[in-house]
Design a protein. Structure first.
Length: 138
């Protein structure tokens, strides 16, 4: 039997949870201020999950597109998911919520855009950068 102490992230109270584990299973959770604490502790101690947020390249644009998973993925798959995201390239136009990577790494979770890119949007350069490019090409 072992006891782990974790902090619940379910709300700003941040309850300290004492989790008694036996044979890889959660046997008891103490210290939770509400029912969500025990649910969180069981998930976190047996199969921790995380949302993934990142940036993906956009074709012919300098500014990347922000993306996120639609649901949490197993914590040990985060780096696989990031690799898959970074290998991808979004093609304008892109709408918020549009699927950028379907079923990322076989997790059953999609990667969706959290930003919007119009087809004829600027290439992502500031006016100063664009001006420098114009001057460099003279
Ligand atoms: S156990 Fe309940 S009250 Fe405590 S941090 Fe988690 S969600 Fe908040």
């Amino acid at each position: 039997m072992s006891v782990k102490t974790i902090t619940c992230i379910g709300c700003p109270m941040g309850c300290r949870l004492n989790v008694r584990m036996e044979s890889g299973q959660v046997k008891e959770v103490d210290g939770a201020g509400c029912g969500r604490g025990a649910v969180y502790a069981r998930q976190e101690c047996v199969c921790p999950m995380r949302m993934v947020t990142s940036l993906v390249c956009v074709r012919e644009r300098r500014a990347p597109l922000s993306v996120k998973t639609t649901r949490p993925v197993p914590k040990e798959r985060i780096f696989d998911c990031l690799k898959a995201i970074h290998a991808e390239q979004a093609v304008p136009p892109v709408e918020i919520g549009e699927v950028i990577v379907k079923d990322v790494c076989g997790t059953g979770v999609d990667i969706v855009a959290t930003g919007k890119i119009a087809e004829n949007a600027e290439c992502g350069m500031s006016d100063v950068q664009a001006n420098n490019v114009v001057q460099d090409n003279r």
